[in-house]
Design a protein around this ligand. Sequence first.
Ligand SMILES: [Zn+2]
Length: 236
Amino acid sequence: MTTTAQELFREDAYLRECEATVSNVADGAFYVDRTIFYPLGGGQPGDTGEASWDGGSAMIVDTRYGDGRDIAHIVEQGASLPEVGSIVSLTIDWDRRYRHMRMHTAMHLLGSILRYDVTGGNISTEKSRLDFNMEDTVDKEAVGKALEELVAANHAVSCRWISEAELDANPELVRTMSVQPPRGKGSIRLLEIDGVDLQPCGGTHVSSSSEVGAVRIGKVEKKGRQNRRVNIHLDD
Ligand SMILES: [Zn+2]
């Protein structure tokens, strides 16, 4: 039996450490009542870092959803695991996660420039990609310049939760969203880049577009007649 962890990273992406109580241990992973570790999803990799407890510690090499919504903190092979009921101190690899936050926010900016349906995407610390359903060619220079301007303009980035009932009462919200929200979960998490983008998203982002920093458009690849893959890089 595991309990669903409180997902602290959804409310505050800048938390680097927290304490939690171990609720289950299984298959080289442990589960807790609350966590700052982001589990793989939405193209963003799971967090890595360290756990320590009275009498032990372990490197966390990946974070993933296990059965249902339980978050598995996967430890290095052969590492010891904390006991159920013990208190663990969790610390994420902040340098890596912060790059994911910058990249993830850059992806939203890119999506606001190229207003086509997104068919896929992947984030890493050095290079990320977004696939668009489009036949047109991408003017790399123009897109790069637009991206730089959005970063420099220091747009505020924020998250808020909205109920499906509120959404139904405000249909204009859905019309302004670049991606249609998923239904059936009761509430939806919206990511808003002030004046730039509004869409449902569960990932972690920086709090201002200027924090994205030195981002550059890389290769634009033609993946089939109706698919363009745009790569972006962080240059620091
Ligand atoms: Zn996002």
